[in-house]
Write a protein that binds this ligand. Sequence first.
Ligand code: DGJ
Length: 732
Amino acid sequence: MAIYYNQEQRTFHLQNDKISYIMSIMRNGQLGHLYFGKRVNDNNHFTRMHVMAKRGFTCYAYEGDTTFSLDLMRQEYPSYGTTDFREPAFQISQENGSRITDFKYKSHRIYSGKPELTDLPATYVESPEEAETLEIHLLDDVINCKIILYYSIFKDYAAIARSAQFINHSHEELNLTRALSMSIDLPDSDYDMVYLAGKWTRECHLKKRPLNAGLQGISSSRGASSSIQNPFFALAREKTDENVGEVYGFSFVYSGNFLGQVEVNFDDEARVSMGINPFDFNWLLTSSESFQTPEVVLTYSDRGFNGMSQTYHSLYRNRLVKSSWRDQVRPILINNWEATYFDFTESQILKLAQEAKDLGIELFVLDDGWFGQRHDNTSSLGDWFPNKEKLPHGIKGLAEKIEDLGLKFGLWFEPEMISKKSILFEKHPDWRIQVINRPLSHGRNQYILDFTREEVVNYVFDMMAQILDDAPVSYVKWDMNRFMTEVGSLALPPKRQGEVAHRYILGVYRLYRKLSHAFPNILFESCASGGGRFDPGMLYHAPQTWTSDDTDAIERTMIQYGTSYVYPLSSMGSHVSAVPNHQVGRMTPLSTRGNVAYFGTFGYELDVTSMTDEEKEEVKEQIAFFKENRLLIRQGLFYRMDNPFDKKRNFTSWMVVSEDQKEALVGYYYLLAQPDTRYDILNLTGLDTDQLYRIEGMDGEYFGDELMQIGVIIHGKKDFHSGLLRLKAIDK
Ligand code: DGJ
């Protein structure tokens, strides 16, 4: 890994053994983009790539000179208003009304390691040798404002992290109306845009469309990254599949409003940009203030989508998750939500916990309904003290009893919310996100606390800390169940109202930081009605996320398949639930529910006390199986094989292979029952071609190449929904 600066050519080259990223200082002092992709050797003539072919009908920067137009240059962090007509990376509105800027190269720094981003989640290193960072300092001397562009290249990952910082050195007030984290101009647009879209209970469905002239993109303006579109997209060459082909990935380490966009110009070049959504955003930068954008992690793979995902999985698992739980085995949990909903008593909970313990489960999670007067979703958010009718011995009493059974105890909170029917609301009606003189819309009968205010975050922290100090709580499920409307804060002046959505997310991160600092051993699971905020920003604080409120095994093959494009199995909350399934009414065998849930953090969410003895035996076996395989599932390389969105196939499959290729676990699933089916052939992947493997329950020994090229025959019988293959290498 190295970052080269060529003084003569004024080029920068970031390089590791997988990728190269090259840019230059252009003739006008601004930054130009030259190359991003598979590694190339360093050389001293990369500016030859800055060809500006002569064109009709454009505008030029220098009088009497038709050789330099930004319209025709590939750039790094472009602005609007001079000779480039595409959408810029940033825009600054000035006191005189101008929005024109000219940020020229001033200096740069290259150093080992990677800096932290103040108040923001970001990838990190544990020793300086793991990454190298380039800071490029740009200055607009007319407005005396500085931009620092940060580029960090990792030694072991085909990834670059980018962000930008704005510093106002002038005496005037500047308004950032757009401050994206990155922009890059690719030389052609022959790509498919692949992204994850959906809704509540249908998160992260895989979508694909070819790039076309003009603007296309993904975004959120909901105050959360959202289940509608995940803050990620990939650009892949047309024939790219899971294992073959070139892919660029763009993943935003942020949990709020975002924009990910590609603009294809008249020459079919593609401007790719990503950052905080400029829509409804305005950040006032007074004299000597600075603004740091969140980071985007760019990846490159020449091994298809699996190559891209494996980079994100290992980078995020090892160098994004910050919790003390990063490297620990996660407990198999049972959550009472689908078993009881709001309606439970202490003795019912203890019965569930006892049964769970007997089955081999390790953690009991008490979900919504334990606090205030919470009997349905109309009240009590903000009153974080136990309901003594349901829990006469409080959370402390219950948690201690559960610990005595030999289980760990976890608790649900929805810290960012307030119900009108609550003591908190009586005391602080002004603590909601709201706009003066306007009625307030609700979502699930609840309102959002104004986390832009430090005193609100502190107050919620104190309430939660009281419970967490008092009772042995090992796990917190942090839920968030509505999007943001009437975006405003009574605590901020009019000219700062455009900052509310971002300041709110900074408040959410602040509370996470305070809690993680005070309770370093608590495992946090984030949740937003399922995957409504499944993003890298959350992952930094909470190493796992409840993937979806849809627990149907078949729906989950799609949701988990899509989610795995970016997020590691160790982050995906996945539970076995009851049938008929509560969301879709489908009947699936217990084995299939287990076979899907294994490929995640694994747990149960059903009334285990009402299961038959036969079912209980099967659950015991599932738990024993998961315990035996959980290290492989957590640390192995995950490969997707058959895509559930490919409707022709009626089939999903995936597998995990240990890093030394000695072990593997395959999951395969029929999506719809079909009559009179033939057999199917499963071509495995990721194995060592010359290694002999044995497959549990099958006769024979097979070389890796045979299993990958010729495949394994599996049978689609009528009542047959799914299966697993467990492979072990035979020592030679
Ligand atoms: C939404 C979550 O996704 C569910 O798992 C559950 O915790 C409910 N909220 C509780 O209100």
